[in-house]
Design a protein around this ligand. Structure first.
Ligand code: ACO
Length: 331
């Protein structure tokens, strides 16, 4: 009797994305902010962050509408029947309501029912967390095909009078369909958190209580602290996950880091010796889209021919909590 059982891998089948309708350049944003008496300019934003433009959700756009468009894009491109999905995970910090979850809303919008659906809240590390959770569930053998989405309308949490945060973020969604396979896919992943870097470091510290918003419903951030933590945590995580997978860091072909600030990406790249041509950079076009940043960058890389079959791809997220993590996979 053959008692050997083959390892189950999780492979990416298809990717998709949706950017919110309104593209706003730094100059346009600076002009809008000037009307409020808030001073900023393209030069400051570009040199400190790399961001040149971002997409801001129009009134009718919601986290659900962005998530649905990104999911449909992925499903269509992969020729996937939504009825074959048995797990939906949405990573978001900006759900359309307290409950039901965005994953349940998305399931309904896709016209399917019965499959597992839940949200992951790990802020900018949300998509990497969601991929890790999905991989864990698929590898049990209990789930075969998952839709994993990162979707955000961060612009709705911005204080437009706070120039140190309101120039950084954008809205959008990215999606992947992943499935069980005997071929190599996700090789290793690791999630981390350190709650001691909590509300004081990076937060939107508000809640609904007795029908009213309590607390401060805007993003507040210690930018310099976040910058340092992002560089150290992602650098360590990159090496950790390579080691777990038995992959030499130099053998990573494509690096898709969280897109918060080009200086963070460049500093990690220099520290680890990652060549520029291996690095996917979309922060210039998208700004920081939190949980949507990595899947948006991944879909952009796929569409632009930056990832080819057999490539070893590193996905990395870091965000409030602090949370961070990496997923290393074979394409
Ligand atoms: N336009 C013009 N001037 C500005 C702006 C702006 N939009 N924002 C701040 N300034 C001014 C400040 O008031 C300050 O002026 P002062 O020297 O007269 O006091 C000056 O610029 C320098 O401010 P710093 O905060 O010291 O600027 P720094 O070089 O640290 O850059 C930044 C700030 C871009 C926020 C940086 O710290 C950063 O990127 N940190 C990472 C934060 C991040 O990525 N957060 C995203 C969420 S978390 C995540 O995704 C991981």
């Amino acid at each position: 009797m053959d008692t050997s059982s083959k390892r189950i891998y999780t492979r990416v089948l298809t990717t998709g994305s949706k950017l919110s309708d309104r593209e706003v350049t730094n100059d346009e944003l600076a002009a809008e902010l000037a009307q409020r008496g808030v001073q900023t300019n393209d030069e400051w934003i570009r040199t400190r962050t790399g961001i040149c433009r971002r997409h801001i959700a129009s009134d009718g756009q919601t986290t659900l509408s962005l998530a649905l468009d990104a999911a449909r894009d992925a499903l269509q491109k992969g020729n996937v029947d939504p009825a074959t999905i048995d797990l939906i995970i949405v990573a978001t910090t900006t759900p359309d309501g307290v409950f039901p979850s965005m994953a349940c809303r998305l399931q309904n919008a896709l016209g399917i029912k019965g499959c597992a659906a839940f949200d992951v809240q790990a802020v900018c590390a949300g998509f990497v967390y969601a991929m890790s959770v999905a991989d864990g569930l698929i590898r049990t053998g209990g789930y075969k095909r998952a839709l994993v989405v990162g979707a955000e309308v961060l612009s709705r949490l911005l204080d437009w009078n706070d120039r140190s945060t309101c120039v950084l973020f954008g809205d959008g969604a990215g999606a992947v369909v992943i499935e069980a396979s005997e071929r190599e896919g996700i090789l290793a992943h690791r999630m981390h958190a350190d709650g001691s870097f909590g509300v004081q470091t990076l937060a939107c510290d508000a809640r609904i209580e007795q029908g009213a918003v309590q607390g401060h419903p805007f993003i507040q951030m210690n930018g310099r602290q976040v910058f340092k933590l992002a560089v150290s945590s992602l650098s360590e995580s990159f090496l950790e996950v390579c080691q777990m997978a038995g992959v030499a860091p130099a053998d990573v072909d494509v690096w898709v880091p969280h897109q918060a600030n080009i200086r963070i990406i460049e500093m990690i790249g220099e520290k680890l010796g990652i060549a520029k041509e291996k690095t996917v950079e979309t922060v210039q076009m998208h700004g920081n889209t939190s949980a949507a940043s990595v899947p948006l960058a991944l879909d952009w890389a796929v569409k632009n021919g930056r990832i080819k079959p057999g490539d070893t791809v590193m996905l990395q997220g870091v965000g409030a909590g602090m949370t961070w993590g990496s997923v290393l996979l074979k394409w």
